[in-house]
Ligand binder design. Structure first.
Ligand code: GDP
Length: 445
């Protein structure tokens, strides 16, 4: 699931690597690639259009963050927009205030309703609920038996019509099940209904009649994610015919391209609440839009870094440094030290390394970076006079020897630091002109 989409998006972001600033043309090209990626993933066209427009708008308008490079900024925007179209907040089940909570399942035959009923029952049982499964799929010859077998595996009782009694009357069975649940103190009732291979009026009517009989707290529309774009049309038909509160996506373990997952919320206005991803009863979970977006972007680590960087990075200081470099002031050894301390705040170097895309050469330098180096540099800089920190050019041979003595390092260490500083300043001035990340380049090699 999502493999192609993930790859496509990763390629798109790769093209942004090393760019100092995004031109309108870059943004347009990126938007085009995202559009193709989504269309190939079978996302509904109106959803694609809206998504791409939002990303483009924000990429143009977004304040340039000192903490993120352009590729990271785009990833961040795409991630946030993905979470949004997937439904934003995780939607939890609503339980009835009095009497049993009634959950009704609707969907096409083969969508995975009967399997899901048992999965949901097991999941509820594990949370201390006492569910009752109700077999109202009296159409498919084997459906009742299948629910009974699955119910047994889940350790959850199944309410079904006696053979030869009530077989043609799913509405009657549904109604009776609520009485049974109330009598036996079940707190959740899960009603499995019949599906057809395609949408038809009779099926819709039956589902609507069951709905009216049991007055469910939640109607869940169960849909096979593998059917792609068709999922959207089917969802619309069920929305009109029966209505539903939430969606369950099944067969997410298959090689579905993801279109259903990405379109359904926008098209129907109903959130995906659960996801089913296998044939085992435990292959089931609450659907979390943020985690799903993370899976699509396949960049959990990068997102963590982006959040961390934004939290830690002192925007003020970065701007101050950038201003100095653009000619408003002189970049000093103290600024140099401050920048390194900021980088350290992001966490241990090696951890950051695994997370940074597009750092290229810098990455190699960072890989050999020793965290204690910052302490040594700090000691040397603190042994200098304030005037020397502002203007390192004035540090002559004898001063270098005094500084080395003052901090317990060698003259070579002091020389190296001063050389590095001048190199870093040159590099930063170049980056500042190109609009690159002002926070990172002070790194010693
Ligand atoms: P129903 O007609 O809607 O009740 O669908 P079923 O529950 O009978 O499921 C149809 C088929 O899909 C069965 O063979 C299930 O084992 C299979 N199935 C259901 N959910 C999943 C899932 O999440 N992943 C996979 N791989 N198969 C599933």
């Amino acid at each position: 699931m999502f493999a192609t989409l993930s790859d496509r998006l990763a390629d798109t972001f790769k093209n942004l690597r090393g760019k100092g600033r995004l031109s309108d043309a870059d943004i347009d090209a990126t938007a085009r690639e995202i559009r193709i990626a989504l269309l190939e993933a079978d996302v509904a066209l109106p959803v694609v259009k809206e998504f791409v427009a939002a990303v483009k708008d924000r990429a143009r308008g977004e304040e340039v963050s000192g903490a993120l490079n352009p590729a990271q900024q785009i990833i961040k925007i795409v991630n946030e927009e993905l979470v949004e179209i997937l439904g934003g907040e995780t939607r939890r089940l609503r339980y009835a205030k009095t009497g049993p909570t009634v959950i009704m399942l609707a969907g096409l035959q083969g969508a995975g309703k009967t399997t899901l009923a048992a999965k949901l029952a097991l999941w509820l049982k594990e949370q201390g609920k006492q569910p009752l499964l109700v077999a109202c799929d009296l159409q498919r010859p084997n459906a009742v038996k299948q629910l009974q077998v699955n119910g047994e595996r889940a350790g959850v009782p199944v309410f079904a019509p006696e053979p030869g009694n009530g077989v043609g009357d799913p509405v009657g069975v549904a109604r009776a099940s609520i009485e049974e649940a109330t009598r036996r103190l079940h707190d959740v009732v899960i009603v499995d209904t019949a599906g057809r291979l395609g949408v038809d009026a009779e099926l819709m009517q039956q589902a609507a009649d069951i709905r009216d009989a049991v007055r469910p707290d939640e109607v869940l529309f169960v849909v096979d994610a593998m059917i792609g774009q068709d999922a959207v049309g089917t969802a619309q038909a069920f929305l009109d015919g029966v209505g539903f509160d939430g969606v369950v996506l099944t067969k997410l373990d298959g090689d579905a391209r993801g279109g259903a997952a990405l379109s359904i919320r926008s098209v129907t206005g109903r959130p995906v609440m659960f996801a089913s991803n296998g044939e085992k009863l435990t292959d089931f979970d609450v659907f979390h839009p943020d985690r799903m977006a993370g899976r699509i972007l396949d960049m959990g680590d990068v997102m963590t870094l982006i959040e961390q960087a934004e939290k830690t990075f002192d925007q003020e200081q970065a701007l101050k440094a950038a201003r100095k470099l653009s000619g408003d002031g002189e970049f000093t050894l103290e600024d140099f030290l401050e920048q390194m301390q900021q980088v350290r705040k992001l966490g241990s170097m090696s951890k950051i390394l695994g997370m940074l895309p597009g750092m290229g050469q810098m990455r190699e330098q960072l890989e050999n970076f020793d965290d204690r180096e910052i302490d040594r540099i700090q000691a040397i800089i603190y042994s200098m006079t304030p005037a020397e920190r502002v203007n390192p050019k004035m540090i002559d041979g004898s001063r270098r020897a005094r500084i080395a003595k003052g901090c317990g390092r060698t003259v070579t260490d002091v020389n190296q630091l001063v050389d590095r500083f001048f190199e870093a300043r040159k590099m930063m001035q170049q980056m500042a002109r190109g609009g690159g990340m002002p926070g990172m380049p002070g790194m010693p090699g």
